[in-house]
Design a protein around this ligand. Structure first.
Ligand code: ADP
Length: 481
């Protein structure tokens, strides 16, 4: 990864430097060329339009040795004309043919080409024209005197500007070389600042992929990688929470399955052992014992049926697949009916059993059968978990748009640490006692779910050894209000 980002960065910087240098170089070289050409023509115009040299040249043209005199004047002014025999020369040409007469370079002079400016001068005008694509620049001025017509010709072979541009070119190549070195260093530096946080992100991502959420990515910067790092941390946190939830749910499921297996195994084991004894004994068993064994088998089968039925009800409540039959009904009547239905059982246990209902209780909206199931559970628990001859009171009333019913007993009570758990599935304070009295540990869980579906609530107050008060409260308008 380091290598690829590094290579890309270096490539980008190199291309940038090359492009920049090429543009700068091209503009610089063209600028130098144009400047040099302009300088040449300005210099020539200034020199020849000045009164002194022009007058001297015209005067010389009247003399018999005109060409030599004119050449002398030009030589004398070579400083002003920038004459440098290597690159810039002066010549005196024949005014009618453009043929060489004399000049600063006697070797090149006779081979001079007849340029556009020379033709202009032959025609009698001043030739100052320039063409930047030519590899020379020249000026041709006609001079007419008594000894004939001449052309003053100055030509520059642009070698200076070519040399200068070659020098510029070299400088640019050198600059590109140094630029490339910079590109490599800068690329390394940039790649490092970019790659280090990406590497730590990758490391953290690998850890998360392996299920380790302990490490978060440190990056406080405000750039895109910083934002990415923080988003990654958020995501990892969210993921960790979800996984914890899943693990918790999975743990609950396992415990539940273990509980169900255990709860079912107990009656199955006793059914099996009683049935086996019956089989082994054959006809030798006395009818009384046989009858007792058969009763145990029936009772344990009933227990299993009840557990399975309760589990089914719970799973349907969980899945929301139980359709509640919401109707308007008299809560007061339900309380009375449940009380009356349990009266016999309470009397059997010699409980002091009483009912008190406030006057004028309203009708409520709810699933009557299921609300009664909750009341039965509360009352039968009070009967079950109160030693014979106890005191049990069922009271009901109205408060703040809700109806309530409390079942209070002076039974065994629930230890403080267990109160919060009694709504959990299969939770029983005393398993043996609960089983003895036919309990499954699912009654309050089911009651709790039913009350939830009515938007109501259940509360337990209890003290070990003193007794328990359990209250259900339901909104009069049902779950919609
Ligand atoms: P169970 O079928 O065992 O009665 P429940 O879900 O109805 O199951 O109750 C859960 C547990 O709560 C019971 O096993 C019991 O330990 C405790 N409990 C419920 N009601 C009372 C009560 N009135 N007095 C004492 N303990 C109670």
């Amino acid at each position: 990864m380091t290598k690829s980002i590094y290579t890309k960065l270096v490539a980008i910087i190199i291309v940038l430097i090359l492009a920049l240098m090429a543009v700068v170089g091209a503009f610089l070289m063209r600028g130098v060329r144009n400047f040099y050409i302009n300088e040449f023509y300005t210099q020539m115009r200034e020199a020849f339009s000045g009164a002194v040299m022009a007058g001297d040249l015209r005067d010389a043209a009247d003399e018999p040795d005109a060409a030599a005199r004119m050449a002398d004047i030009l030589r004398a002014n070579s400083g002003q004309l920038g004459i440098n025999t290597g690159t810039r020369n002066y010549y005196i040409l024949d005014g009618l043919t453009g043929a060489y007469i004399t000049g600063s370079d006697p070797v090149a002079g006779p081979q001079l080409a007849v340029t556009r400016n020379i033709l202009t001068a032959i025609d009698g005008s001043e030739g100052y024209a320039s063409n930047s694509s030519d590899d020379y620049m020249d000026v041709a001025l006609p001079i007419r005197g008594e000894s004939g017509s001449f052309i003053i010709y100055i030509i520059d072979n642009k070698e200076t500007v070519s040399n200068l541009n070659a020098e510029i070119f070299n400088i640019i190549i050198e600059a590109i070389g140094i630029g490339l070195l910079f590109a490599i260093l800068l690329g390394l530096l940039l790649a490092k600042t970019m790659v280090t946080p990406i590497q730590s992100l990758t490391k953290a991502a690998e850890k998360v992929a392996a299920g380790d959420f302990s490490e978060s990515v440190e990056n406080e910067s405000r750039d895109e990688i910083g934002v990415l790092s923080r988003t990654f941390n958020d995501m990892a946190g969210q993921l960790e929470r979800n996984i914890e939830d899943l693990q918790h749910a999975e743990q609950m499921r396992k415990e539940f399955v273990a509980n169900v297996s255990h709860e079912l195994r107990t009656p199955v084991t006793s059914i099996r052992s009683y049935a086996e004894t019956l089989c082994d004994a054959g006809k030798t068993m006395d009818p009384e014992t046989e009858q007792r064994f058969l009763e145990v088998i029936v009772r344990e089968s009933d227990r299993m049926t009840k557990i399975v039925q309760d589990l089914l009800t719970l799973s349907r409540l969980d899945a929301g697949s139980i359709a509640f039959d919401f109707q308007t009904f008299s809560f007061e009547k339900s309380v009375r009916d449940v009380y009356n239905a349990q009266l016999l059982e309470a009397q059997k246990r010699r409980h002091n059993f009483g009912l008190e209902i406030e006057d004028g209780m309203p009708e409520i909206r709810g699933d009557r059968a299921r609300v009664e199931q909750v009341l039965i559970n509360m009352l039968s628990n009070a009967i079950k978990y109160t030693p014979d001859g106890g005191r049990i009171r069922m009271t009901a009333g109205t408060k703040d748009g809700c109806v309530w019913c409390t079942v209070r007993d002076n039974g065994i009570g629930i230890p403080k640490g267990d109160i919060d758990h009694v709504f959990e599935r299969f939770y029983r304070v005393d398993k043996a006692r609960s089983r003895e009295s036919g309990g499954t540990g699912l009654g309050l869980s089911i009651a709790y779910e039913i009350v939830q579906r009515h938007n109501g609530r259940m509360e337990i107050h209890s003290q070990k050894g003193k007794g328990t008060a359990i209250t259900v409260t339901l909104p009069v308008g049902g779950p919609d209000e």
